[in-house]
Design a protein around this ligand. Structure first.
Ligand code: ZN
Ligand code: ZN
Length: 242
């Protein structure tokens, strides 16, 4: 009976891949074999924006002459990765099933990838994490801030503290998928406010986002934190366009 149990369970309650929804065997990754193959770890990356590059520890062509506000910037997966689809679902079509499987991110943050090994070397230097905030109207609609949910899992793995009371998003910006960097920068100008600059004075802060495309959101926040007295700002996103 015991050996039959998983088989019966699959028959009665088939499990679905978190990324593509295909019916799949039960496994710890909650992904089908196609989506497991399509997890694209970033190995070499630009230290300014976190994008995937050809060689390790270089600056990409986009950032070469830019003065970005990060000490370092880390991203785990290429935007084309199956993991990005899960992040988008978490943002736009959450379900109880998805919410019950978020241990996938605990496993991801605990894995020994090159980027996480590099990040681990900086952990001692980081005082706390600030997740990219969302506007209160959007929080009311969605019920949670996905960046904060994921930052809490990340914080558990790296034994860090998440502070969600320092930075507020005051402007309810429109959805920015498809907007180019200058348009995003315009939309985001004056969108964020530091509510308590005493808490960030001389601190080293990791700003945590789920998906980073143009990098404008993270960079805008880093700029504000530094203006308000932060010493160093690290950027982190789970998924990043190159
Ligand atoms: Zn799949
Ligand atoms: Zn770059």
């Amino acid at each position: 009976m015991q050996r039959l149990a998983p088989f019966l369970l699959d028959l009665i309650f088939p499990t679905h891949c978190l990324s593509c929804n295909a019916i799949t065997e039960r496994n710890d990754t909650h992904l089908c074999s196609n989506c497991i193959e399509n997890i694209i770890n970033i190995e070499a990356y630009c230290i300014k924006c976190g994008s995937m590059t050809q060689t390790i520890q270089t600056t990409c062509t986009n950032c070469y002459k830019k003065n970005l506000n990060f000490k370092k910037n880390f991203s785990l997966f290429s935007y084309d990765s199956s993991i990005t689809k899960i992040l988008k679902k978490l943002k736009f079509t959450p379900s109880d099933f998805l919410m019950s499987k978020l241990d996938i991110f605990y496993n991801i943050f605990s894995s020994k990838t090159k980027v996480l090994a590099e990040l681990d070397k900086c952990i001692q230097d980081i005082d706390f994490i600030i997740p990219v905030p969302i506007h209160k109207n959007r929080l009311a609609q969605r019920g949670y801030n996905q960046a904060e949910v994921l930052a809490n899992i990340f914080a558990k793995v790296f034994n860090l503290v998440v502070k969600n009371n320092i930075l507020k998003k005051e402007k309810n910006t429109r959805f920015m998928f498809g907007l180019k960097a200058p348009e995003r920068a315009k939309e985001l100008s004056n969108a964020f406010k530091v509510s308590d600059s005493h808490q960030i004075k001389d601190k080293n802060i990791l700003v945590f986002d789920d998906i980073s495309t143009t990098g404008v959101t993270l960079n805008t926040i880093a700029q504000i934190l530094k203006k308000n007295g932060a010493k160093h700002v690290y950027g982190f996103s789970i998924s990043k366009t190159s």
